[in-house]
Design a protein around this ligand. Structure first.
Ligand code: ADP
Ligand code: MG
Length: 691
């Protein structure tokens, strides 16, 4: 495809377009804003807006929108046209600096988790100039942050930007101690996205997929993923056509989609872009998810982003590859080749280890949802226990530093940070530990717990802020030291000894690890209602308020929104099950067993042997009674959900989910007894094995 370079970013108002089209002084002012976060002068904003509008109109846009990420996890947009009537029946196309930099959507219909009760419902959006504007559906989309008028943040973007500032500030302090004058440090992210593609016709026949995004019923297909023939397998032509189309759409928007392949489960695939700055990677992942759904529809597919669309085969996650680098292009999680660069690397590595250990709960919370509860700890995804994999080489170095003894094949001593060169850390992707939730992969960490439908902002807010805190503590200590090297040594050894328990290089899926983790005192927060209440613990509030990322009210609101979302999700699933049982499954069972019974009766009248029909009709009737009992039990539990959001979440987990599982078990055993033509919706083997 020779057109790719021309196509790439053609619908994005990126730096090269800005440089080409903006007057020099305006471009410089905008660039300064982008780099330093300084406010944009109204005069500058007006010129940028006007140039942006002309560019957008040339590319077919008629509308503009502030594109933002409310706490629902999806993106929100309200379109306004550029149109401005002139009073003489004619119109001109207008777009002012004020419209570019600030919007005023009605905040009252977005979740605010209690913030709305005490504050005004009005909110405003403000342009994040570091993320380029783009054109989607003939609309100029301006990536923005979303706040209430009294300043409470109502979105995921603002705290993400704040957490990036926090880690930048502390990392620059640390780098100064190594003699580096760095102005800005950014975290980088590459988000690998898993998804399922199924046929639209099958989807349209299943109420559970339509309303809850996953199958609430379904006996396992005779074949699942046991032959391991799908992973990296050759891609179905129809799917390949979808991928090509998706790539094209994403490239036009400036999203550098790079890798595509089949995943483990049938119908499951993955897309990974080239990494970028965290806020841009977040915007791009949101766009990628949206585009996947849109493009799928053009190919007769539906794209499922749910974490567990099908029982019995793998669910979908999103790997958050994360690193830290300087504005001078240095990756701070790259060990480097000299003792001094190794020393700096070890300090940053220690900061991450300390952060992950101290804020395990926050990382777990950032991936908590009803959907992801099906994955974590279910032998296909990392366990619900947060731990880190650093590989044998680094582990040996850490052991040597902590114990003061020689280590590794080379029997080298690393009793002192910066004294000798580290062994080469393999960047090799082939043999690394796939069962670890947080794996070091040579020059970055791969956090594998996020669910496929998640907005990655939350995870990165937690990570950035927790690591900022480690770095702050380190900088405080080292800035005051008389002998930097001695202090550095003492600090790294002490902190590694204190936080080593979070490192686990073995099989994270094993039962032994659960026991071992408990002995080490690591958290094992199995479900969302177990995890979310820890959000606002004293230490977590102290963390976020200290770094100016969240106020305590903002944290409380997020905890509440998370629990509410959990409760609503399970509620919808339970109601959908009840509807499908009473209106689809039971009637099908009655019809089919009725037919068998009539046939048996007719045959008996004629003196023909009919025990098969009789036996089968009896079995189906028996199971139907079980299903009806299950339905009634589920109904009564759903009707008894407590009012309080915390209590309700615990109740959904303890009472409603088991009742759902019981009802499902009865329905799934009926599915394999009832004739295919009589079953009311497509089953797993139909959905998963299309051509
Ligand atoms: P795998 O599937 O083996 O984990 P992929 O190549 O699919 O590997 O994905 C790796 C991801 O990590 C890509 O999105 C890549 O851009 C990203 N990545 C590479 N280097 C960095 C970095 N320094 N910071 C953040 N992400 C990175
Ligand atoms: Mg990966």
């Amino acid at each position: 495809m020779s057109r790719v370079p021309e196509m790439f970013g053609s619908l994005s108002f990126n730096e090269s377009v800005m440089r080409d089209r903006l007057p020099k002084d305006i471009f410089r002012a905008l660039k300064k804003t982008m780099e330093e976060g300084s406010p944009l002068a109204p005069g500058v904003a007006n010129v940028v807006a006007s140039v942006m509008k002309d560019w957008a109109i040339e590319h077919g846009a008629t509308h503009f929108t502030h594109w933002f990420q409310p706490m629902t996890g999806v993106t929100a947009e309200k379109h306004d046209s550029f149109l401005s009537p002139q009073g003489d029946g004619s119109v001109i196309m207008e777009f002012s600096g004020k419209e570019l930099t600030k919007g005023e959507p009605d905040a009252s219909s977005f979740p605010s988790g209690g913030l709305r009760a005490t504050f005004e419902a009005r909110g405003y959006t403000a342009w994040d100039p570091t993320s380029y504007a783009f054109i989607k559906d003939n609309t100029l989309c301006i990536p923005t942050a979303f706040c209430s008028y009294t300043g409470e943040i109502l979105d995921k973007k603002t705290p993400l930007l704040r957490s990036m500032d926090a880690i930048s500030k502390q990392a620059c302090r640390v780098l100064k101690l190594f003699g580096k004058d760095v102005r800005r440090v950014t975290t980088t992210v590459g988000a690998e996205q898993e998804y399922f593609l199924i046929n639209k016709e099958d989807y349209a026949k299943r109420l559970d997929l339509i309303l809850s995004g996953r199958t609430l019923f379904g006996a396992p297909a005779p074949k699942g993923q046991e032959l391991e023939d799908h992973y990296f397998g050759s891609i179905r032509p129809r799917v390949k056509a979808f991928m090509d189309d998706l790539n094209e759409e994403l490239w036009k928007l400036g999203v550098a989609a790079k890798t595509e392949h089949n995943e483990v489960a049938p119908c499951q695939h993955e897309m990974a872009p080239v990494f970028s700055t965290t806020n841009i990677a977040t915007d791009h992942n949101q766009l990628a998810m949206e585009m996947m759904k849109k493009v799928a529809s053009r190919h007769g597919f539906v794209c499922l982003l749910h974490e567990k669309p099908f029982e019995g085969i793998n669910g979908s996650g999103k790997h958050n590859n994360w690193s830290i680098s300087t504005d001078t292009g240095e990756n701070l999680l790259d060990p480097g080749k000299t003792p001094i660069s190794n020393a700096q690397f070890l300090l940053f590595l220690t900061a991450v280890i300390k952060a992950v250990d101290e804020y395990q709960d926050l990382l777990r919370i950032s991936v908590a949802s009803a959907g992801n509860d099906h994955r974590l700890g279910a032998n296909e995804a990392p366990p619900a226990i947060v731990s880190m994999y650093v590989g044998d080489d680094l582990d040996a170095v850490i052991e040597s530093l902590v114990s003061g003894k020689a280590c590794g094949d080379s029997q080298k001593e690393y009793v002192s940070v910066g004294a000798s060169v580290l062994p080469p850390i393999p960047l090799d992707h082939s043999d690394r530990n796939r069962t670890s939730p947080f794996a070091f992969t040579g020059n970055k960490f791969e956090f594998r717990m996020p669910g496929s439908s998640f907005n990655i902002a939350c995870t990165n807010i937690m990570l950035n802020t927790a690591v900022a805190e480690s770095l702050r503590v380190f900088a405080d200590e080292l800035e005051g030291a008389d002998n930097f090297e001695a202090a550095l040594n003492a600090l790294v050894r002490r902190e590694l000894a204190a936080h080593r328990r979070i490192i686990f290089n073995g099989n994270g899926y094993s039962r032994e690890w659960e026991e071992e983790a408990a002995r080490r005192g690591l958290l094992n927060l199995r479900s969302t209602p177990d995890a979310l209440p820890l959000y606002t613990s004293e230490k977590n509030v102290a963390l976020f308020t200290r770094h100016g990322v969240y106020t305590v009210e903002e944290m409380k609101s997020r905890e509440e929104i998370g629990l509410e979302e959990y409760n609503k999700t399970i509620h919808i699933e339970a109601e959908t099950m009840l509807r499908m049982i009473s209106r689809q499954i039971l009637p099908a069972c009655f019809d089919y067993s009725g037919k068998l019974a009539s046939s048996a009766a007719v045959k008996a009248g004629l003196g023909i042997e009919a025990s098969a029909e009789k036996t089968l009709a009896g079995k189906i009737s028996g199971k139907s009674s079980e299903l009806l009992a299950g339905e009634e039990q589920l109904r009564s539990r759903v009707d008894a959900v407590p009012q309080d959001v915390h209590e309700a979440a615990a109740y959904y987990r303890a009472e409603v989910i088991p009742a759902m599982e019981q009802a499902r078990a009865a329905a799934d055993s009926l599915e394999v007894l009832v004739g295919k033509e009589s079953w009311p919706f497509p089953v797993y083997e139909d959905i998963l094995f299309y051509v």
